[in-house]
Design a protein around this ligand. Structure first.
Ligand SMILES: Nc1nc2c(ncn2[C@@H]2O[C@H](COP(=O)(O)OP(=O)(O)OP(=O)(O)O)[C@@H](O)[C@H]2O)c(=O)[nH]1
Ligand SMILES: [Mg+2]
Length: 330
């Protein structure tokens, strides 16, 4: 375990915006080293102020390419930008992946930008408490905007909505069936839909489908009406690009909406609620497993489940009962 003094020094450097310190602290938090509690407790008071923008959508929809342009726009506005790419396919992390590295490389030398990819531990678009913690670290670093790219399949529950202030869903032409399937959940998922690759065939049809899907959804008075913005995010000439300015403006407008209607309070509440639940789950599990260590009981429980004599729910109930009762008697 690193000495507390080293951690304190790293944290001070983090507060000063040092990217090396950020990388080192993120690695500790991501790997849940023993001192990650201490790190989180110390940085927490400096967090909670950033604008968190979620970008989700299916693989290859253009999330990273759009992120690249958004970074540029926010930098032009003088804002600092942190980017987290949650990659479900890779068990590795510790830096941007090759593809993202290429797409986002023009920002790597900019001190006002910090980009990091994280493994999502296997579940589709799933966010672990480590992801929440890493976002907090980027906030403590002083990033004004934090973009979180996650893979999402549309109608599935998407964790990012619990964290992001503004959630962008990246769709592409020819998603007809998916759009039908998404209809019901679309309002819950997206504040803004980017119909990317609008240079491709079928873009107009998809745009109409999306607009129809949005127009039939019922809105309460004063509620934010999600909008579709057609985008083209690659091209050999700058004039080939489309919709990027509109996308950046829509994010700003949505932020203004959140603040003027005080909906931001609800967003903040939900984020902490989710975070608290995750930390609680992690810590309870850690405590229980620590208590079982050396007793051989964990192995016995697992084997009894494999042999069909027991199931995980009964085991957890039994452990919790024993543990909580014993604690109470003390
Ligand atoms: N035709 C066209 N291609 C695009 C557009 N935007 C991105 N692409 C291409 O689509 C591919 C995927 O883009 P990415 O930005 O990596 O997509 P992603 O959603 O981040 O992909 P994953 O992170 O792998 O899920 C790349 O080859 C891009 O060049 C666009 O507007 N039009
Ligand atoms: Mg990507």
């Amino acid at each position: 375990m690193k000495k507390s003094k080293d951690i304190d020094e790293m944290i001070q450097q983090l507060f000063a915006g040092n990217r090396r310190a950020a990388s080192r602290l993120i690695t500790r938090v991501e790997n849940e080293t023993e001192d990650h509690h201490e790190i989180m407790k110390k940085i927490y008071p400096r967090t909670g102020q950033a604008t968190i923008v979620g970008i989700t959508g299916s693989g290859g929809a253009g999330k990273s390419t759009l992120t690249d342009h958004l970074i540029q726009k926010f930098r032009e506005q003088g804002k600092t930008v942190g980017v987290i790419v949650v990659d479900p396919s890779s068990p590795f992390s510790g830096g941007a992946l090759l593809g993202d590295r290429i797409r986002l490389q023009r920002h790597f030398l900019d001190d006002g930008v910090y980009i990091r990819s994280l493994a999502s531990r296997g579940c589709l678009g799933g966010l672990s408490s480590a992801t929440y913690n890493v976002i907090r670290i980027l906030e403590a670093m002083g990033m004004d905007i934090i973009i979180v790219e996650t893979l999402g399949a549309g109608q599935d529950e998407i964790d990012i909505i619990h964290i992001a202030n503004t959630c962008i869903l990246v769709a592409t032409p020819g998603m007809g069936d998916d759009i039908q399937a998404m209809k019901a959940g679309i309002m819950e998922i997206a504040d803004i839909i980017a119909l990317n690759k609008s240079d491709l065939e079928g873009a107009n049809r998809s745009l109409r489908q999306l607009q129809t899907a949005l127009s039939v959804a019922s809105l309460e008075e004063g509620q934010w009406a999600p909008r579709v913005i057609p985008t083209v995010s690659i091209g050999s000439r700058p004039e080939d690009l489309k919709g990027i300015d509109e996308l950046a403006s829509a994010i700003t407008e949505h932020q203004e909406y959140l603040h003027t209607t005080r909906s931001i309070d609800k967003v903040k509440f939900e984020r902490v609620e989710e975070e608290l639940g995750l930390v609680f789950k992690d810590e309870l599990q850690r405590l229980i497993f620590k208590g079982l260590r050396g007793t051989g009981k964990k192995r016995k429980y697992i084997n009894s489940i494999i042999e069909g004599k027991n199931d995980p729910y009964s085991v957890v109930e039994e452990i919790l009962n024993t543990y909580l009762i014993r604690k109470k008697k003390k």
